[in-house]
Write a protein that binds this ligand. Structure first.
Ligand code: ZN
Length: 252
């Protein structure tokens, strides 16, 4: 039985039989790990508040080669999630982001870049809670990119020429872009140079920089809706954005 010590972010924890809990952890070195925390439901559990979702902790667990679940031995909180779950809007958004992260990431697939991205995004929300929507878009873009689900938006998928400043590149059925010279029909979904540049920014900037100079709200909303459909296609995960739909109905 191997002992593993690693930094991780608690994604979720739920009750198991008796006094135990299961914690779903995004580890820095071993991808997503599911751990049994024995006695975690007891008042004086050794895990304390270390299993609160979105806490960043140092964890030690025992791993048996034959078992999918590991046995959590201890957790030490590095950064509590207290300030991240301060509003219902943040809670709802994080519940969604955790869902798609778990849907996109195969179990125990070590991806240090994914860990760094999630960690940096959480730090950005701590600093700029008002920018939860832009940070969420950043998160969605990187999830697609790191999962290998993001087509190149630099070039037209038909003629292979740079899309450049093309004003309205069309979004194809596979979410690839088609330049205005190649598109056969007008109408359909298009992306402006400004909107494509926002996605470029997510590639080049840290989430903190991206959040401190957020793009126009309408563009963030449009792009996020498109990326949600891309994630849905890639993972089978679908979320009906009720708040967004309600907003649209009120305006009509
Ligand atoms: Zn073209």
């Amino acid at each position: 039985m191997a002992v593993v010590e690693t930094e991780c972010i608690v994604l979720r924890s739920y009750d198991l039989a008796d006094a135990d809990k299961i914690a779903v952890l995004l580890t820095a070195d071993h991808g997503i790990v599911r751990a049994v925390a024995k006695g975690a439901k007891r008042l004086k559990s050794k895990f304390g508040s270390g299993l609160e979702p979105l806490s960043r902790v140092n964890a030690a667990y025992f791993q048996k080669e034959t078992r999918e679940l590991v046995d959590l031995d201890k957790v030490e909180v590095i950064e509590s999630a207290f300030d991240l779950v301060s509003s219902p809007e943040l809670l709802t958004e994080f519940a969604y982001l955790i869902d798609i992260l778990i849907a996109c990431l195969p179990a125990e697939d070590p991806d240090p870049a994914m860990y760094r991205m999630v960690n940096a995004s959480l730090s950005a929300v701590r600093e700029h809670p008002e920018a939860i929507r832009p940070i969420s878009l950043y998160f969605e873009a990187w999830l697609l990119r790191l999962g290998g689900f993001f087509p190149s938006w630099e070039v037209c998928s038909i003629c292979d020429l740079a899309i450049g400043d093309d004003l309205d590149a069309q979004v194809g059925a596979e979410f690839q872009l088609i330049c205005s010279r190649c598109r056969k029909s007008s109408g359909g979904e298009t992306l402006t140079a400004i909107e494509r540049n926002i996605i470029q920014r997510t590639r080049k900037e840290s989430p903190m920089t991206f959040a401190s100079e957020p793009a126009a709200e309408d563009s963030i909303k449009k792009l996020s809706s498109l990326l949600k459909r891309m994630i849905g296609r890639a993972t089978g995960y679908e979320r009906v954005d009720r708040a967004l739909q309600a907003g649209v109905q009120i305006r009509r």
